[in-house]
Design a protein around this ligand. Structure first.
Ligand SMILES: Cc1ncc(COP(=O)(O)O)c(C=O)c1O
Length: 397
């Protein structure tokens, strides 16, 4: 109960709630199999290693990867993007090169590129969005030039829920010989994803937004690209051999095989068990059903919100183009006041920029209120939200 009311959780784009199966699997790991991986040969070390590798395989089948060598475990989407930025950017990008991103990106797909461009001197190009929040595909096509090394964009905007045609963008990038990095933080948890079908070079996502624990995320990469890339972090686990060369008085290092080459240090083993269980839970539900459920809630919500006079929606009203994320303002009301009012009735929503300030700037907004759905949300919960929004509108609008 929150403030005397049953919790209605509409902050799923930030993080999801966790099923008991995920919590139990993690508890069971610590109680029965806890050991480090890829090191000792004793029984529980073998068990922990098997579980950890099984988790990579589970992720690989979930997203249609060729195998676990294409699945790197990181902390979250942010770290996955940083891994690509630093591995490729630091080693392969130069002054004359370009990185193309969009104005609707989460800060985690802006800041690493901006930081690294200061070091390497490459140019970060921003593609704009239309008035209805959709991506300006014409501008994107024109932005990609022979100098473009990589195009990075969100599959689903974490503000508008707008679904980008990443398959088409992948085609544009590849026709030009550029890579594509898809930020799947808001898509992988909510719809069927096949990296082969999308022809993604890289796909980044976080376990905590898809029923899994915090502290573990995934970078998918095509094997042939990962093989050529240099590691991001150095240390144990990511090396095959570290030999001291007497003549040169320094160590000669041979990288480990994929995916371990990119997983330096003791990984989040228990987290991988939680992620594996979360995926099994989602697979049982069926990702088509997850997507259909959220689509139905989105259509219903857009329809209900449309009846509120003072509510300004960010982005298109067309539910076909959207996933289950809806952001809005009510008149000139402060977005945090709206969120606090709803919290008083047990409704958890997000208020602010949602780590996507440039997109809010484009629409001249000081923030927005965001509701975002997942498998456990219901129409009744939306009805409750709309009643309270109407109350706010009448009382303060
Ligand atoms: C589209 C998008 N990209 C990246 C992120 C960053 O995810 P994390 O904080 O798990 O790294 C988020 C989180 O909200 C997101 O919505």
């Amino acid at each position: 109960m929150i403030n005397g009311h049953r919790l209605i959780y509409f902050d799923n784009a930030a993080t999801s709630q966790k099923p008991i199966q995920v919590i139990e699997a993690m508890k069971n790991f610590y109680e029965r199999h806890n050991a480090n991986v890829h090191r000792a040969i004793h029984t529980i070390a073998q068990e922990a290693t098997e579980l950890y590798e099984e988790a990579h395989k589970e992720v690989a089948t979930f997203i249609g990867a060729k195998g676990m060598e294409e699945v790197i475990f990181v902390r979250n989407t942010t770290e996955a993007i940083n891994l690509v930025a630093y591995s490729l950017g630091l080693n392969d990008f130069n002054k004359e090169d370009e990185v193309v991103i969009t104005l609707m990106e989460h800060h985690s797909d802006i800041v690493p590129w901006e930081m690294l461009s200061k070091v390497k001197g490459f140019h970060v190009k921003y593609v704009g969005v239309n008035e209805d929040g959709t991506l300006d595909y014409e501008a994107l096509r024109n932005s990609i030039t022979k100098r473009t090394k990589i195009v990075c964009l969100a599959h689903v905007s974490n503000v508008t829920g707008i679904i980008n045609d990443v398959k088409e963008v992948a085609k544009m990038a590849h026709e030009n010989g550029s890579y594509i990095l898809i930020d799947g933080a808001q898509s992988v948890p909510h719809m069927p994803i096949d990296v082969k079908e999308l022809d993604a070079d890289f796909l980044a996502f976080s376990a905590h937004k898809m029923l899994g624990p915090t502290g573990i995320g995934v970078l998918y990469g095509k094997k042939e690209i990962l093989e050529e890339m240099k590691p991001f972090l150095g240390g144990g686990e990511m090396i095959k051999e570290v030999k001291f060369d007497e003549e040169r008085k320094r160590c000669m290092i041979e990288w480990n095989e994929l995916p371990w080459k990119f997983e330096a240090g003791t990984p989040n083993i228990c987290g991988s068990v939680g992620l594996m269980e979360a995926i099994r839970y989602l697979k049982k539900l069926g990702m088509e059903n997850v997507e259909a459920h959220e689509k139905e809630l989105t259509i219903y919500t857009l329809d209900m919100l449309n009846k509120l006079e003072d509510l300004q929606l960010i982005g298109t009203k067309d539910p076909k183009m959207r996933s289950g994320i809806i952001s809005f303002n009510i008149g000139n009301l402060n977005v945090h006041d709206v969120a606090l009012f709803l919290d008083g009735y047990g409704i958890a929503v997000r208020s602010g920029f949602h780590c996507a300030q440039p997109l809010h700037q484009k629409f001249k907004l000081n923030g927005s209120v965001r509701v975002s759905f997942y498998i456990y949300n219901t129409r009744e919960e939306i009805d409750r939200l709309v009643v309270l929004l109407r109350e706010i509108e009448c009382a303060y609008g």
